[in-house]
Design a protein around this ligand. Structure first.
Ligand code: C2O
Ligand code: CU
Ligand code: CU
Length: 500
């Protein structure tokens, strides 16, 4: 990072007339590192989001009803925390549907302000995407519907109102959307939901003295809100009673800005079996795994009878000059696993998991480049009424994406899963070889992404691409594209309820 940029960064995030001398900042900086390894009591069983109930309609569609509402939640001793939830007071139920199924939703907004629900990672028509153009007005109802057509994967949903996404998610609106496919039933991977196939929505939070969520932006921080306590599925300091040798964890980083470098307290290896968009071709054994905001991973961990071990986030290599301020030096205990005296041993990691993406040999219709810096992409801020470009249906494009300003960014594309072809010209690390919809951008490196666009054409309704660090996204590090039919041209975004 350039020194000037670093100094400028000191001005970001100062909420009031705070004046620190250089020496004072040094003290603040030194104290910013957090280490909770071995310090967490792990006194509460991990809560597992319920599977959403659904009904099959006369036409055979799977119908879900989701109510977004305010409430309050007890995270710790003392006052309850004011939160928002979906069909509850914090987070939402896990949606689950099969490839080929038609899904329909009734989304009721019981808040006193507009919000939306975006289906992150889902291949679907733009009008159903739940982005900033599909706002559900306060008190209103939205009925999206589409046919699931993609491999089994751990997807998720969250609000996406331009300028308010960080706020709505911080209050608690997020949930998982698990897609199953033809191969799911026959798979030997651990698959009993909440037993040996456990969802883990990981979020950092800062609590104030009254137990309310506090939007704590570090002094000199560049990423937005960083919390010092970690919730998993809304449980602070959770433990899991392990009853099987192999356990699958479906990890989601649903934090605003924090990067996790997952590992276990004894540095055991675990197997990465799936990334954002589905199963890898084969498992990759590792001791560490990075997940930036919005990314998911399915890992399989082996336990021995009677043991205890913690899932932890280790310090990161991506911090840069002032990284400590934004949590990159932190070591945080997240969840404790307590293995029973005898463990059931009925799952296996198959030698071949899924079909790896292979777009490398495809005809590339178009190449584009994206530079992320200063809350902008290619020097432009998100504008609700500007379509940045159109892509042609059923074509493959290669996007070259680079983080050019020294702070952490990632890159998320709606509607499609992509393949990382190369990182700075080299074959990507194994965890980037599966289907991805969100990718961490290491400073200065060129990520070449191959993306196949489907046939959900709509010249007027854009999909988004953006940094998934929510403060950056809200500040405008986002753009819009449309998928066009054969002779179509980008149209005009209908005037919706615009948020600024
Ligand atoms: Cu997870 Cu555009 O969003
Ligand atoms: Cu998304
Ligand atoms: Cu960013």
């Amino acid at each position: 990072m350039k020194r000037r940029t670093a100094l400028k960064a000191l001005g970001i995030g100062i909420g009031g007339p705070v004046v620190l001398t250089t020496g004072g900042y040094g003290v603040y900086y030194a104290a910013a590192e957090q280490d909770t390894a071995g310090e967490i009591a792990f006194g509460k069983a991990l809560s597992v989001p319920p599977l959403a109930e659904s009904e099959i309609s006369a036409s055979g569609a799977r119908v879900f009803t989701l109510g977004i509402r305010p409430g309050s939640t007890r995270f710790k001793a003392g006052p309850e925390t004011r939160t928002w939830g979906v069909n509850g007071t914090y987070l939402g139920p896990t949606l689950r549907a099969r490839r080929g199924e038609r899904v329909e939703f009734t989304v009721r907004n019981g808040l006193d302000q507009d919000t939306s629900l975006h289906w992150h990672g889902m291949h679907l028509p733009a009008a159903m995407d739940g982005g900033p153009h599909q706002v559900v007005p306060a008190g209103g109802t939205w009925r999206p519907r589409w046919t699931i057509d993609q491999p089994a994967a751990t997807l998720w949903y969250h609000p996406h109102v331009h300028g308010s996404t960080a706020d709505h998610m911080y209050r608690g609106l997020s949930g998982l959307f698990i897609v199953d496919d033809e191969d799911t039933k026959a798979s030997t991977l651990p698959s009993a939901y909440g037993v040996d196939d456990i969802p883990m929505i990981v979020q950092d939070r800062a609590f104030d003295a009254d137990n309310q969520f506090e939007k704590r932006v570090p002094l000199g921080g560049a990423l937005g809100v960083i919390g010092d306590e970690v919730l998993v599925n809304g449980t602070l300091g959770p433990y899991v009673d392990v009853t099987t040798t192999l356990v699958r964890l479906r990890l989601l980083n649903a934090s605003s800005a924090r990067l996790y470098n997952f590992g276990f307290s004894d540095n055991r290896t675990f197997a990465l079996v799936a990334t954002d968009g589905g199963l890898l071709a084969r498992a990759w054994n590792t001791e560490r795994l990075y997940l930036s905001p919005g990314e998911r991973a399915e890992i399989v961990v082996a336990f021995t009878p009677g043991e205890r071990v913690e899932l932890r986030s280790y310090p990161s290599e991506y911090g840069g000059l002032l990284g400590r301020i934004d949590g990159f030096d932190d070591r945080l205990d997240i969840c404790q696993f307590r293995a029973a005296a005898t463990l059931l041993d009925d799952a296996r990691i198959p030698a071949t998991l899924g079909s790896a993406p292979d777009l490398a040999g495809e005809k590339v219709t178009r190449e584009r480049s994206f530079v992320l810096a200063s809350d902008q992409i290619n020097g432009r801020s998100m504008a609700m009424d500007r379509i940045d470009f159109g892509v042609r249906e059923n074509t493959v494009e290669v996007w070259d994406v680079v983080n050019d300003n020294g702070f952490l960014h990632n890159f998320h594309v709606h509607e499609a899963q992509f393949q990382v072809l190369t990182v700075d010209g080299r074959k990507p690390a194994p965890h980037l070889r599966g289907w991805k919809d969100t990718v961490l951008l290491a400073q200065g490196k060129h990520y070449r992404l191959a993306i196949r666009f489907g046939s959900h054409t709509d010249p007027d309704t854009p999909y988004m691409y953006h940094c998934h660090l929510l403060q950056h996204e809200d500040n405008g590090m986002m753009g819009q594209f449309v998928v066009l039919g054969k002779d179509e041209k980008p149209g005009t975004v209908p005037r919706t309820h615009h948020h600024t």
